[in-house]
Design a protein around this ligand. Structure first.
Ligand SMILES: Cc1cc2nc3c(=O)[nH]c(=O)nc-3n(C[C@H](O)[C@H](O)[C@H](O)COP(=O)(O)OP(=O)(O)OC[C@H]3O[C@@H](n4cnc5c(N)ncnc54)[C@H](O)[C@@H]3O)c2cc1C
Length: 202
């Protein structure tokens, strides 16, 4: 960890600035001094923080995630099809989502939709046995208003960086590397040029 310390389970309430640069993070367990902060607050990035008037305009979208009981090993890849995407985990269970980026219809019963999603998978894999759901969740995807990642230092808030996107799982290794490099070396990555927070006027 290079001398770092992980503090989990606390809430960040605000940021303080001194001489135009972030100087501390205010949390429910006290104030922590700092010279840099990254806001990787996902769906909550649309809420501002005390002392930091910047907030991200978002169109967060709910979606279904279904997990099944294990089945014999069948697939090695993530399968992305027109009406369902899914993968098989090392323990034989399947994890599936319905659609890539749409919104969840609040009138639909999650259990019914999950059954439907599992039927679609059964048909695609020509399964004879019925897939059994073991976990059904409705999660919220953090989606910036224009659909694209938002990464980098927030203009007018020296030392405050943001990293929020829908494809955060897929992009996490790359974004982590690029943003860490920007923070430590203060050199901007051209790869992030189209995804800066200052494209939103706040
Ligand atoms: C239905 C669904 C489908 C998805 N599909 C894909 C996909 O196809 N591809 C992909 O790559 N990813 C996908 N994802 C993942 C998702 O879209 C994000 O990419 C991922 O959750 C981003 O992770 P994150 O850590 O940046 O944000 P989050 O997972 O939202 O985590 C943010 C964290 O910050 C914490 N937080 C917020 N505010 C504060 C505060 N003030 N103080 C302290 N803590 C705070 C929250 O508690 C949370 O733990 C999907 C997610 C869902 C639910």
């Amino acid at each position: 960890m290079g001398g770092g310390k992980v503090i989990s389970g606390c809430t960040v309430e605000g940021l303080k600035f001194q001489k135009g640069r972030v100087s501390s993070v205010q949390t429910n367990i006290g104030e922590i001094s700092c010279d840099m902060v990254t806001l990787a607050t996902g769906v909550a990035a649309q809420n501002g923080l005390l002392g930091c008037e910047w907030n991200l305009p978002m169109q967060n979208k709910k979606g279904l995630i279904v997990q099944t009981s294990p089945i014999p090993a069948l697939i090695n890849h993530i399968l992305m099809t027109n009406d369902v995407h899914f993968k098989q985990n090392v323990d034989g269970t399947l994890t599936a989502g319905e659609i890539f980026s749409g919104d969840f219809d609040e009138n639909i019963v999650a259990l019914d939709l999950a059954s439907d999603v599992l039927s679609r998978i059964s048909r695609k894999l020509n399964l004879s046995a019925k897939l059994v759901p073991s976990n059904i969740k409705i999660g919220t995807r953090p989606v910036p208003i224009d659909g694209f990642p938002v990464v980098g230092e927030i203009e007018g808030h020296k030392g405050v960086f943001v990293a929020v996107m829908h494809s955060g799982v897929t992009l996490a290794p790359l974004i982590g590397q690029l943003l860490a490099s920007e923070m430590l070396k203060a050199s901007k990555s051209p790869l992030l040029g189209s995804f800066r927070p200052n494209r939103f006027v706040n």
